[in-house]
Every structure is written in C-alpha cells, then in structure tokens.
Design a protein around this ligand. Structure first.
Ligand code: F6R
Length: 679
C-alpha cells in the first residue's frame, strides 16, 4: 500500500495496519506503521484530541497517562498546534506521568517535571491542579507512601483512559526495567545500565545519571483502558520485534502489552524494520497476501537473506533452496534460481567501486536511480565534492576511507562541519587547553597588555575556571566555556581533514544555529541553518554531496543536519548543477546500511584502514569521551568504525563477492526523500 502525500497537519495514511492474515501468526499485538515519525505523531495526537473532545462534549473528563523522552515530543508539538490553531481544549484533562528520576529537583534540566512544562503544559490549558508527576524531591523514607498515594489518585480520577508510552532499548515501559512483574505498581526502581548509558548525554556523562527512578508499574500501565506505545528509529527495531513477536516475558516489560485488550504499537518504518512483516515477509506466505509485490529491491533483499540464512554464496543457491525457504513465489515468477542468482549477484557487484567520484574519461557507473544528469556532469572529472559532517568527526568516522580516496584521486573535496559539537567535550579537556593558552601567553609574553574594554586571556581563563569550580552536574556551560569546547573540536576537525588531504581553504565550519543551545535538546531547524547551507552549496556547486543519512533518528542532530541539506537542495532546485548533484548518504558511527540497501560500496585496503584510523585519532577529545561509553558497547569510535567496515566486507565475501579488508557503504538519496515526500 503506497503512502500518499499529506499536508503538514494531515497525517499520511499508515503503510501497514496490522495484524493482517498471515501476520497474525507472528504479531501478538496490533501494530500500525507510518513512513515517518511525524506522520505517526500527528495521527496519535489527533486520536488523543478526538478522545478528549468527545468525552468533554458529554461532560466527562479524560485521564491521560503521559510519557517523556524523545519519542512523544512530536505528539506534544501537534497537541499544542491543535490547541492553538484548532481550538482544542485540554481543560477537562487530568494527567499522570509515568515516571521521574530520583532524586531530582523539578527545575533541573533533566527533570521530567521540567520536560513536561517545556514540551506541553506551558503551552496548553491543562489545569495545573490536574497534573500529576512523581515527586523526585522526596526523602527516601517518604517514597513508598507517596507511590501508594499516586496509585490512589489514579483510581480516584477514574483510571487512565489513554496511556502513552515509549520503549527503552531494554524493553522498559515507564522505567520498568527487565524483571518487572506484570502486577508491579508505582514504586522506586533501580535503573538498568543500558538505560543509564542511553541517558548519559542528557546528563553530560553517565556518572551523573541518577541510579534510581520512581515509576508507575507494569500493572499500573495495564490498568489503563487504552495503551498506545510509540517507537521511532532503527535503534528501537530489535526490541520492538521482541516485544511484538516473542512470547511475553518479564525480561521485556513492553511484551506485557500483548495481554492488554486495547494496546497498540505505533511505529515508523525504521522501528518496524525487524518485524517479520518487513524483514522477511516471504516466510509468512505469498507476498500479495500481505499486500506486497516482488520489486527488484525486495527480490534483492530476499536473495541476500536466503544466502546469509543458508550460509551459501549467492551463485550457489539452488531451486530447492528457494522453494524450501518461502521463496517459491519469487522463483516461479523469475523462472530459475540461476537467473535470480545472476541478477542479484550482478546488482551487488555493481555497487563496488574504488572510484567513488568516477574515473577520468570513463562513464560513471551508478547503481540505483541516478538523478537526472541534466548537465552531463556524471562523467566530468575532477568532481567538486562536499562532505557534510553533522559533528566535527562524522566525516572521518563514517566515511574516512572514501574521503581520503576522493582527495587522492584528484577531486576538489570540501568538508562542511555542520555543528560545533561543543557539548561533547569534557570539562577536563577544556581545562587542559586553557592551560595551554596560558602557558603559550607566558612563554611568548603575549596577551598581558590589552586595549581598554578587551579581556586578557588570563581573565577569560579565570572566569572559566571559577565557573568550573562551582559547576553542578548537568549545568549549561557559560558562553566562554562553550566557545573553548567548540574551538577544541574545530582544531581537531581541521587536523583530521588536512591529514585526509583536504586543502585548508576547503574546510568550512557552518556552526549551524539550531545546535547552539548548550544543551542536548536542540532548537528546530530554522531559515538561518538552511541559508548557511545554501550559501556553501552555491559557492562550491558540487557534483557530489555526502551527508549523514540516519534518517530515522527523530530528534537527533544528524537528522536535523540532513534536513538542512535537503532543504538547501530544494531551495536550489532550479539550478541545473543542483538537480544533477548526486547525494550519497552514509550511516553514523553506530550502524551500517542493510546489504540490500547499499548502492555504492567503497573497498578499503589494509593500509587505508590504518589511515582512516589515524584521521579518527585526531579527534582526541572524543577519545576521552569513549572511555566512558557505558557498558553496552565499550569500543572507541575508531574500533566501531573498523568493526563495522570489516563486517560489511565480510558480508560481501560471504555472498561470494570479492574479499576486501573493509568496505564503506553508501545509499543514493531516494528521489522521494529528496523531494520532501513524507517529511
Ligand atoms: C519516559 C519513559 C521511558 C521512555 C523510554 C524511551 O517517561 O518512561 O520509558 O519512554 O526510555 O525513551 P526515548 O523516547 O527517549 O527513546
């Protein structure tokens, strides 16, 4: 079922509304999937508004159970819009929030009291007395009684009509970590290490994350009359699959929703990607029965899946292999295994190129839908290339090998660092650099005499140091310290780009304003962000753009940075060069594209892997951070990058393609995304 384009406030129709026949066997709870998180958020906000409005019309209050975290923000934004623009009133609403860290002051940056005020309550007309959020300021001895009281208040309000949930990577709902029983009630709980590491950036370091939280129990959640669980992004896909398709277990609290009469998972495509319905729909029965067709891309996915499942190279797959693994349908449409094997093998082979910018004098081979090459630019050599890097190190971490190759092969390579990355520098690192500046000034006897009105380096250093002495955990840095941290990242980025072969005047720092809040929470993308991106693109007029394509990270910096690039390209859509410009997406430090998605695979030789590693090493301040990444993945960035690139190479090898040391994968930006469908 193709998605249809919707206006800003009309949600697109879901791409999947389950369970459908065949799928019922594996999906144990109803699931609705939208193409983009925004579509899902608007649909859920509309559902909440309709419930509130219809109950209010018959004089009844609505009791809402609310969640915090990055996921429900889009729903709250839409509720605010519905209130402001469509006059939806929330005066009849009573709210109960799921949880709060303990201990936690309500005005702290990370407090869920503050979160709810900033994201919803300050902007709608829910009466203050109707708002309930667990109290993080209580003395430990008072917590149990207050939890009992919280449950009583929910009952007195008539019980929860609609409970909104997110899901943690541990499968928690609320803060019900693995092991929470289905009849647990509001209580103090110790947070799982995965949850604390996920919260680390909100607290400027994992060691600042409270160890405990007060949370409604799984039983409290199951008592709600309707439950809607939202999950967005590829990082949620594995736990969503466990919660939806595996038997209920207290190890995955969200799986308890399987036993609720009116619970629903609302997902974007990325969070749904691991559901059998999307990952290997052919095992459920003939594709047309689940509303799908055998496109070339799906056939590729199926053949790769079959080869990996059986541990056989593509060219050795037999008719029997297809028939016995749910691919009879595909096989009968294409005739024989031989033809299918060759088709997919060639398609994969065509992705491999050691010349990402193309070769002089040779037509360019691009798999997938090449953008309209209006000016015949695909064959031009050398190419002008812009590598967009959301943070100052994504360029070398995610595509360092390709970056170095493009420079070495004679292309005019520009790199644009989109944000300053200043919040990701530890205080100790800033302190050491200030020490350096002071020593420098003393050694060369500079900076002591300053003009009236100017500050000496010593004064600035003193101010930063006195701030650092009293700085509480998770406090926003003063502007001087933010600037020093930004400079540290800027100089590291310049060192890495120079090392990779980029000319000094081709290194650009955009410092996009959306990022400059001093907090993890960013501003939405604005016209200034787009204008800065447009100006750079116009100055370079690139043949190729590389950008971070973590498309499904709903509030992350990478996503906003990609939006800025896409908005800029749209603004330049009347220029021939912009229309013909190839836009290649790389994945961030954490994940690679799926093999069937990769349109360009750039192999790296062993010495190129080492050079990439050296480029990543220039980001010293980030090495410091990687010492505390949380117990979920103790690897440093260079290790993640190498492991990921080696895994891709191993995968190609297992499919029977050439065996390389490492491979960097890229996806050509789909035309629909480029044109803005489904934003
Ligand atoms: C929030 C809560 C948590 C979050 C979950 C997902 O009140 O209790 O269960 O819903 O940790 O967090 P995000 O949405 O930030 O991925």
């Amino acid at each position: 079922m193709p998605a249809t384009k919707g206006s800003a406030d009309v949600p697109l129709s879901p791409i999947y509304q389950g369970p459908l026949p065949y799928v019922t066997a594996v999906e144990r709870v109803p699931v609705t999937v939208y193409e983009q998180p925004g579509d899902a958020s608007r649909a859920v906000a509309r559902e909440i508004a309709d419930l509130v409005t219809s109950r209010a019309a018959s004089g009844k209050p609505t009791v809402l159970g609310l969640a915090t975290g990055s996921t429900p923000v889009g729903v709250y934004d839409e509720l605010i819009r519905l209130h402001r623009e469509e006059g939806v009133s929330f005066r009849s609403v009573v709210t109960f929030n799921l949880d709060e860290y303990w201990p936690m002051r309500p005005d702290a940056l990370q407090s869920y009291h503050r979160f709810m005020r900033e994201h919803l309550f300050d902007h709608v007309d829910v009466p203050v007395d109707s708002i309930h959020i667990p109290d993080g300021t209580l003395a430990r001895a008072d917590v149990p009684a207050s939890c009992v009281r919280y449950e009583e208040k929910i009952r007195e309000a008539g019980g929860i009509d609609l409970q909104l949930l997110g899901i943690g990577r541990t499968g928690h709902i609320g803060f019900n970590e693995p092991g929470s029983s289905v009849d647990s009630r509001t209580r103090l709980i110790t947070l799982d290490s995965v949850t604390r590491s996920d919260a680390a950036s909100d607290f400027f370091g994992e060691w600042n994350v409270p160890r405990q939280a007060i949370t409604m129990g799984v039983g409290s959640i199951l008592s709600a009359r309707r439950v809607v669980l939202l999950a967005f992004g590829e990082h949620k896909a594995p736990i969503v699959r466990r919660a939806v398709e595996e038997p209920p277990t207290s190890t995955v609290s969200a799986s308890a929703l399987q036993q609720h009469a009116d619970a629903r998972f609302v997902l974007d495509r990325a969070a749904a990607a691991r559901l059998t319905r999307f990952e290997s729909p052919w095992v459920l029965g003939p594709l047309d029965a689940v509303g799908l067709e055998w496109s070339a891309a799906l056939a590729r996915k199926a053949v790769i899946w079959l080869a990996l499942t059986l541990g056989k190279p593509i060219l050795k797959l037999t008719d029997e292999d297809y028939n016995e693994h749910g691919l009879q349908d595909l096989l009968s449409k294409r005739g024989r295994a031989y033809d299918l094997n060759i088709e997919v093998f060639r398609a994969m082979q065509d992705t491999i190129t050691g010349w990402p910018g193309g070769k002089r004098g040779e037509p360019r081979r691009v798999r997938g839908v090449a953008p309209a090459d209006a000016a015949g630019r695909a064959a031009e050599f050398p190419k002008r290339v812009v590598v967009f890097s959301p943070h100052p190190d994504d360029d070398v971490i995610s595509m360092g090998g390709t970056f170095i190759r493009l420079c070495e092969q004679g292309h005019e390579v520009h790199v644009a660092y989109q944000t300053s990355g200043n919040i990701a520098v530890w205080d100790e690192s800033a302190d050491r650099h200030i020490d350096f500046v002071e020593e420098f000034c003393r050694t060369f006897d500079v900076g002591t005499i300053v003009s009236p009105g100017e500050r000496s380096p010593g004064e600035i250093a003193d101010r930063i140091r006195s701030f650092l002495r009293t700085k509480g955990a998770g406090t926003v840095d003063i502007p001087e310290l933010q600037a020093v941290k930004g400079l540290i990242r800027r100089t590291e980025a310049r060192a890495a780009a120079r090392y990779s072969g980029v000319q000094a005047d081709h290194i650009h720092f955009l410092d996009l304003p959306f990022y400059e809040t001093g907090r993890v929470r960013k501003k939405p993308i604005g016209p200034d962000d787009v204008a800065l991106t447009v100006a750079l693109l116009e100055a370079v007029r690139p043949h190729q753009v590389y950008a971070a394509g973590d498309l499904s990270d709903p509030h992350g910096t990478h996503r906003v940075c990609l939006e800025a690039v896409l908005a800029a390209l749209r603004a330049l859509a009347d220029r021939d060069w912009a229309r013909a410009c190839e836009v290649w997406l790389y994945r961030g430090a954490w994940q690679e594209w799926e093999p069937h998605e990769i349109d360009m695979a750039v192999p790296l030789a062993p010495d190129e892997v080492l050079r990439k590693r050296m480029a990543i090493f220039k980001h010293e301040s980030q090495k410091d951070r990687a010492l505390f990444p949380g117990p979920t993945d103790p690897r440093e960035f260079w290790q993640r990058a190498e492991d990921r690139n080696r895994d891709t190479a191993r995968l190609y090898d297992r499919l029977g393609l050439p065996e390389y040391e490492a491979i960097e994968g890229f996806v050509l930006l789909p035309d629909a995304t480029r044109a803005g469908v489904g934003r």
